[in-house]
Design a binder for this molecule. Structure first.
Ligand SMILES: [Zn+2]
Length: 534
């Protein structure tokens, strides 16, 4: 960072998470502890699109902690929501149908692993968050509602029913029906939330009729475990209940008249609170896997899927390096290589191993800091180039142990070791599942029978002779690259292109392949000479 940056420059090198932290302190006052919130309805597989909200809060939490503040990062599992739709990718569709309109928390786990459908998806996601270094305080809303934690707030919402109706109607094409109540009741007979004709006695008694089974029931709000506020009322209620200072929202909630607009008004008019500081985040999509993610489609990409392609620090880095209000795509295709290169470059910038202007370096430092799972290493971790690593792995038939021998001298500490192991696993997974065919190869074990011209044969013989004699004296792939040209030019009227193609055919039975000099060195002396030997 420059010694005396003017204010303008200062503003430009502040990361959005830090700016948001400053905004929270400014708007909410200087407090000892701030409450940051995020939440998801476990209505199906929690996918990578949902993850943007979680990590947005995590970055802001870290920024506040860096300012010496205590942070409660509460993560609301809205598992008392209704099971409205069966995702196409769930097994036992017929069995699940029986639970439609019941609380998600009462729906059984179709995988028969956890105590409920909700718990299954909650546990999966919580385990994934741990892998990317995110710690949350989970709040299970079904438990809160059933314990009666919100009974006073429910009564308050009923008392202020008209104010809620007025706010909601401002943004509705059709006004709410006269009988509408800010309350959902799960029928005591069939456990579904299609109850109607809800009547309130002005105190604690509620009566209702079930549209689906016809049951006429009554509940006491002080003791019932069947009442729930509708989403647009529930959200602002919890802001006040937990004292939420910050909660981001997706585009879908942020539109005018959307749930954030009405929640801002309801929190003041009904619950006497103030809305949290807000930050809108944009969508994230996957490139190379086809299209935007949505819960209704069967094939969803999860954090685990992305962790198969990118190291945990890189998953964080991708989000930290984009502004929160910018939509972007995470690549699963050939651009994975570029993403790794970009990450490595920014990491080198952060550690001063690559030159950049002050602003770039300052931003790189902050972004790399926010990307850490553990403490920031004091030295830059080992950076095996992803492209080259893919080649070395393929040379070694995908064997990570054998591949490690090639890199052994570069692996100097535990962090380097983890970097190598994780990156190797990602590279292997990518090669097997996502990489384009032209990127994949199998190294020949024996020299293939080829119909070679005299020039080609001379070239291979000359190269064999050169490598046999000089291999151990080669200092770098750059040097070998130059020598390759010399050997090619030693054969009369032999073109470089012809030389390269011949070598690829000998090595991997292909017309093209990885950059030759580093490729040859990675294959190793014995195997190369074995293949070149006439
Ligand atoms: Zn019923």
């Amino acid at each position: 960072m420059a010694n005396n940056p003017n204010e303008n420059e200062q503003a430009q090198i502040i990361h959005w998470a830090d700016m948001t932290a400053d905004r929270i302190i400014k708007q909410k006052g200087d407090k000892g502890q701030y409450v940051l919130a995020s939440g998801i309805t476990p209505s199906g597989v929690v996918h990578f699109g949902n993850f943007r909200e979680t990590i947005t809060v995590d970055f802001v939490a870290r920024a506040l902690r860096a300012r010496g503040k205590k942070v409660r990062f509460i993560f609301s599992w809205d598992d008392y929501d209704t099971f409205r739709k069966i995702p196409a990718n769930m097994p036992k569709q017929e069995e699940l149908k029986k639970y439609l309109f019941q609380p998600i928390v009462d729906t059984p786990d179709p995988f028969e692993r956890d105590e409920s459908y909700a718990a299954h998806h909650e546990k999966n996601y919580e385990a994934q968050l741990e892998k990317v270094g995110i710690e949350v305080e989970a709040i299970y809303q079904a438990k809160k509602y059933r314990k009666g934690d919100y009974k006073e707030q429910i009564k308050l919402a009923l008392t202020k029913r008209q104010a809620i109706v007025d706010i909601l109607n401002k943004y509705r094409a059709e006004p709410l029906e006269d009988s509408w109540m800010p309350l959902n009741i799960y029928c005591s007979k069939c456990n579904r939330d299609k109850t109607d004709h809800i009547k309130w006695d002005g105190q604690w008694e509620i009566s209702y009729t079930c549209e689906l089974c016809g049951h006429q029931g009554s509940e006491n709000l002080q003791t019932t475990s069947r009442a729930k506020l509708p989403w647009r009322v529930d959200w602002p209620m919890r802001w006040v209940f937990e004292g939420v200072d910050f909660e981001p929202g997706g585009k879908d909630h942020s539109s005018d008249g959307g749930s954030y607009t009405t929640a801002q008004e309801i929190v003041k008019e009904v619950f006497g609170g103030t809305p949290p500081v807000y930050l809108q985040y944009d969508f994230v999509s996957i490139k190379g896997r086809g299209g935007k993610m949505s819960s209704s489609k069967g094939d969803l990409v999860t954090v685990n899927d992305v962790l198969n392609i990118y190291e945990p620090e890189m998953v964080r880095w991708i989000f930290a390096s984009y502004k929160s209000n910018v939509d972007f795509a995470i690549s699963f295709d050939l651009d994975v290589i570029k993403t790794y290169e970009d990450f490595d470059r920014q990491e080198r910038l952060a550690y001063g191993l690559e030159e950049g202007n002050d602003k770039k370096v300052a931003m790189a430092k902050r972004v790399i800091e926010l990307s850490q799972i553990g403490p920031m290493p004091t030295v830059c971790p080992f950076q095996p180039s992803f492209r080259h690593l893919c080649n070395v792995l393929q040379i070694n038939d995908g064997d990570i142990k054998k591949t490690r021998v090639f890199y052994a001298k570069d692996i100097k500490n535990e962090r380097d070791e983890r970097r190598f192991q994780e990156r190797s696993r990602c590279a292997l997974h990518w090669l097997k599942n996502e990489a384009p065919d032209e990127f994949k190869f199998t190294l020949n074990r024996t020299r293939p029978a080829l119909d070679l011209t005299k020039a080609q044969t001379d070239f291979l013989n000359n190269l064999h002779a050169f490598l046999e004699k000089e291999w151990d004296n080669l200092k770098s792939d750059k040097e070998l690259h130059e020598k390759l040209y010399e050997v090619i030019h030693s054969v009369p009227e032999f073109e470089p292109m012809m030389g390269f193609t011949t070598l690829y055919q000998i090595l991997i039975s292909r017309e093209k392949g990885p950059k030759l000099a580093s490729f040859i060195l990675a294959i190793g002396k014995e195997r190369v000479l074995g293949l070149l030997r006439p």
